[in-house]
Design a protein around this ligand. Structure first.
Ligand SMILES: [Zn+2]
Length: 603
């Protein structure tokens, strides 16, 4: 009897628990996407929104999307937001903020919200709809409840006439094709969708399905070869990290004559040019782009700076660590392509040399630290102007160079036993998932692996703006910087001004003046129209030719038009800074140094 009584009590408790679950289990928002006239670039969205029987609900659209640090005001493309109750009667919609809508529900348990979005911005972080296909990103597409309480978001797609497939990394939902279910809003935002008739190439690594989804091959882009080479990159990254952190991964490759890439947890969107498998240079650039975005599946999507989560979709999320999240990703992007055997060592060293040269010829390296470049991405990196090179550096560029120096430093300190690869793995083990890492924690992991203090290095390379010291890295690998010797035909240094120019309706205009260059010192300004040197006319297409008539140290007078007034400016030509940043293997490198170089490049 006692036993029966306990069973009865247990069952009652279970029923209570189930009832409580039913009450608290968040109801999903259910979206339907339709494309009745895709040639007009619109997607029509219907959303069934649960209200929890509140008298009014506040809806929100994100203002930015993670991975691209700029407020983009996605709500500007939203039109005709309407809402109806269960009886089909219209409800009041009040636009309460730039990206908010407040709807009086009349006490209905669910309301239907409809809106349409203009989709004609070809970038990895926006939407595009045309007669052949649609690319939809989560943040600019889905209006959600502003409370952002955790709830599933379901998506049903009605493809336009003639479109056969929809592809996304979102989990499929039962009940037929084109039905998906995101467990939460973050996943919805992190899962772009392509609808149309793309060419799809599948391959498996570790029993996990990977898809290359090509939109716009046009019989030109070599999809089969690209998929085979992506497989080699996937295997190389798997070797570095020791595992693949997802069940399935999609490379969306939009062959749309645009550029860029954006990382997601289980997919990436790449944009490229139809001809990018035709020349080796262009193809390597595409592989490096894909390698970069794919590396993010670990570095930033799962191992991230603590400040980058949970995301605030309505305000800037600042972090001091993009030089790790983006810069180290860029370092490994190229290194892994080389380690996978898709790029030669010489090609790799050439690309690394270009990155070093870019940093070393950017005056802003002495103004902005890697940490501050990260922190100010929203107002500087993503909002460049004519003075950007003078006052800031790219956290991609400096982060790559820091990774190169730090990797060498760790290899040297441990006699080649440890490397930056271990740092990444250990950081992943400790900090992947929701907690993320602080700058101090990441440095502590690096110091633990190196077995030595990195305080001085961090203060100068990461937090500071002093010139980087390459000598240790060069000595570790037996590398050197090879100075390009002036050609024997003309040993006189070319005259140098330090400006870049553009032409506008036949006018020759200064578009940038480098800090402390001869032009900057003399007072040539951005937007000055160059008319003559020493009273001889300079035609817009003849500046290079005219400069060849002078040599470093010559004094001339520029005649420019500045805001419609003629101004004469004396200028003394300087000498072009030497290109001293070409890495190559020193002929004097010992066997031991060559083994160190091998260890780095082979991984
Ligand atoms: Zn990136």
């Amino acid at each position: 009897m006692a036993a029966k009584w306990w069973v009865a009590l247990f069952l009652i408790l279970m029923m209570h628990a189930a009832a409580a679950d039913a009450q608290t289990a968040p109801e999903p928002i259910k979206y339907t996407l339709s494309f009745p006239a895709p040639q007009t670039h619109y997607v029509e969205v219907t959303a069934a929104v649960p209200t929890g029987r509140r008298a009014d609900v506040e809806l929100m659209m994100a203002v930015w999307t993670p991975g691209s640090y700029l407020v983009r005001e996605y709500a500007r493309n939203v039109e005709s937001v309407t809402a109806t109750g269960p009886d089909g009667r219209a409800l009041d919609v009040d636009k309460s903020k730039k990206n908010h809508w407040r709807i009086a529900t009349g006490g209905a348990p669910a309301i239907t919200v409809k809106y349409r979005i203009y989709c004609r911005e070809m970038s990895v972080r926006t939407n595009w709809v045309e007669s052949d296909f649609a690319l939809l990103n989560g943040a600019p597409t889905f209006i959600t409840l502003a409370d952002l309480a955790p709830r599933p978001h379901e998506v049903v797609i009605n493809p336009a006439s003639g479109w056969k497939r929809s592809i996304t990394a979102l989990p499929a939902m039962p009940g037929g094709e084109h039905r998906y279910r995101a467990p939460d809003y973050d996943t919805l935002v992190d899962s772009p969708i392509v609808v149309g008739n793309p060419a799809v190439y599948d391959f498996e690594v570790d029993g996990k399905k990977h898809s290359l989804v090509n939109v716009g091959e046009g019989g030109v882009f070599d999809g089969a070869r690209a998929a085979k080479d992506l497989e080699a990159i996937v295997k190389e990254d798997r070797r570095l990290w020791g595992m693949l952190p997802y069940d399935r991964y999609v490379f969306f490759n939009m062959i749309t004559e645009s550029g860029g890439g954006l990382e997601h947890k289980n997919s990436t969107v790449l944009m490229t040019n139809r001809w990018s498998t035709r020349t080796r240079r262009a193809y390597l650039a595409w592989l490096q782009l894909a390698s970069h975005e794919y590396f993010h599946a670990w570095n930033i999507k799962r191992l991230r700076p603590a400040e980058l989560g949970p995301f605030d979709y309505e305000n800037e999320n600042t972090t001091r660590s993009l030089w790790i999240a983006e810069g180290f990703t860029d370092y490994y992007a190229d290194l892994q392509v080389q380690r996978a055997g898709l790029q030669t060592r010489d090609e790799y060293l050439e690309d690394l040399s270009n990155t070093i040269e870019l940093l070393q010829t950017t005056p802003g390296r002495l103004v902005q630290s890697a940490e501050m470049a990260s922190f100010d991405a929203w107002i500087k990196y993503y909002r460049p102007d004519e003075n950007t090179n003078n006052t800031s550096i790219s956290y991609y560029t400096k982060g790559t160079v820091i990774a190169f120096l730090l990797d060498a430093k760790i290899r040297k300190a441990t006699g080649g036993a440890k490397s930056l690869d271990e740092v990444m793995r250990l950081a992943y083990q400790r900090f992947s998932g929701p907690k993320g890492y602080t700058p101090e924690q990441f440095r502590a992991v690096a110091e633990e692996v190196a077995g030595t203090s990195l305080k001085a290095f961090w203060e100068s390379a990461v937090e500071g703006t002093s010139e980087l010291d390459y000598s240790e890295a060069l000595a570790t690998y037996g590398l050197r910087f090879k100075t390009a010797a002036p050609s024997s035909a003309d040993r006189t240094p070319k005259p140098w001004l330090g400006i870049t120019t553009r032409t506008d309706n036949g006018r020759l205009l200064i578009s940038q003046a480098q800090r402390d260059s001869p032009a900057d010192i003399a007072g040539l300004n951005v937007d000055d129209e160059i008319l003559a040197i020493d009273d001889f006319r300079v035609r817009a297409d003849r500046l290079e030719n005219r400069l060849e008539q002078y040599k470093s140290g010559d004094k001339v007078t520029f005649l420019v038009a500045r805001r419609e007034q003629l101004v004469r400016i004396p200028v003394t030509f300087g000498s072009e800074p030497a290109k001293a940043w070409r890495l190559d293997v020193s002929p004097a490198a010992t066997e031991a140094l060559r083994r160190m170089l091998d260890g780095w490049l082979k991984g």
